[in-house]
Design a binder for this molecule. Structure first.
Ligand code: 13P
Ligand code: SF4
Length: 319
């Protein structure tokens, strides 16, 4: 514990010295989330991380999250230095959507408006008309559907399927999934709900349809935390990465949170309810990048120039 205090103290000092700010996601270690908040950085969902990084005056952003979050920060602020504790922290959605294959998919359907989830590489975004995050995807697709647009959606099939059902839009779906959320199970959730009849169910839309169908609230990480705070209930079943419980408990003290059931338990299933890539962010590698200025995110400028357009569309829509 004492050693952790020393690490944190060094990080606080270096953030100040280097005029750097820490931008963290709700799925990283609780101590990184707390450090981000207490040092004037932020902890939030993907949309807010992008906005916060873009608007902050700091020269250097340290993104504690996964690679696409660092890339989005760089694309929005090419003049800033973007560092990440571990450059290998990726995402199964990003890995499952190869840019060349994706371009071929788009080429085969030129009549469709291309909408991609934030959880993709810069090269995939460069091919898209719109980028969306989980907090705003539904509104953006509803808007495009109202204009009579047909949609090509990538990469998350569950989020895409959910949006399709809600909006009635014509959507052609790439078949990707998040390895964490894909593990939540509908039947087991049904059983757990019967054991906790008063619990409200909070679900991230990367979860399978059978899980989403049982939700009281479906939303981004920020939206789920807000629901935990504002809904009139004492008990919640939560279908998303368990890293979120730290903030939920702080936002709603006294309430009880239960992680939704997955296929395996933590002994048999390494990624059950916790993202292995988010878990690559720690105090030690955070301190190391502050000391050494290594692990800088670079996005090839021509790709960044193109990818910027679909991100700006989303941010303008959100404003
Ligand atoms: P949010 O934008 O809801 O925070 O989601 C990001 C993510 O990677 C969820 O798995
Ligand atoms: Fe990607 Fe899933 Fe990890 Fe989020 S939780 S970063 S969607 S693998």
């Amino acid at each position: 514990a004492e050693e952790k205090q020393v690490l944190k103290e060094k990080i606080r000092r270096l953030l100040k010295e280097k005029q750097a700010v820490l931008v963290a996601h709700y799925y990283v270690d609780a101590e990184l989330q707390d450090l981000a908040e207490e040092t004037g950085g932020c902890v939030s969902d993907s949309l807010e991380m992008a906005r916060f990084g873009r608007d902050h005056a700091a020269k250097t952003l340290i993104v504690a999250g996964v690679r696409f979050m660092g890339e989005t920060a760089k694309i929005l602020s090419p003049e800033k230095t973007i560092l990440m504790p571990d450059l290998d922290a990726t995402c199964s959605l990003d890995l499952g959507c190869d840019a060349t294959e994706f371009a071929a998919f788009c080429d085969a359907h030129p009549d469709r408006t291309v909408v991609v989830y934030a959880n993709t590489s810069a090269a995939v975004k460069a091919r898209a008309d719109w980028m969306v995050t989980s907090s705003i995807g539904l509104d953006i697709v509803a808007h495009l559907h109202a204009q009579g647009k047909k949609i090509l959606w990538a990469p998350d099939k569950h989020l895409g399927g959910y949006i399709q059902k809600q909006t009635g839009a014509d959507m052609l779906l790439w078949q990707g999934s998040c390895l964490v959320h894909d593990e939540f199970k509908g039947i087991e959730l049904d059983v757990l709900k019967a054991e906790h009849p008063h619990a409200k169910v909070l679900v991230h839309p990367e979860s399978p349809a059978a899980v989403v169908a049982q939700a009281d609230v479906v939303g981004s990480t920020s939206q789920l935390i807000h629901a935990a705070q504002t809904l009139d209930a004492q008990e919640f079943i939560v279908a998303t990465d368990n890293g979120i419980l730290h903030k939920m408990q702080m936002a709603a003290p006294g309430k009880r949170f239960i992680v939704a059931p997955t296929a395996g338990n933590s002994a048999t299933c390494k990624s059950c309810a916790h993202c292995p890539w988010m878990a690559m962010n720690g105090l030690r590698n955070l301190l190391a990048v502050l000391e050494q200025g290594n692990n800088e995110i670079q996005v090839e400028p021509a790709t960044a120039e193109k990818a910027k357009l679909c991100i700006h569309r989303m941010l303008d829509f959100a404003a």
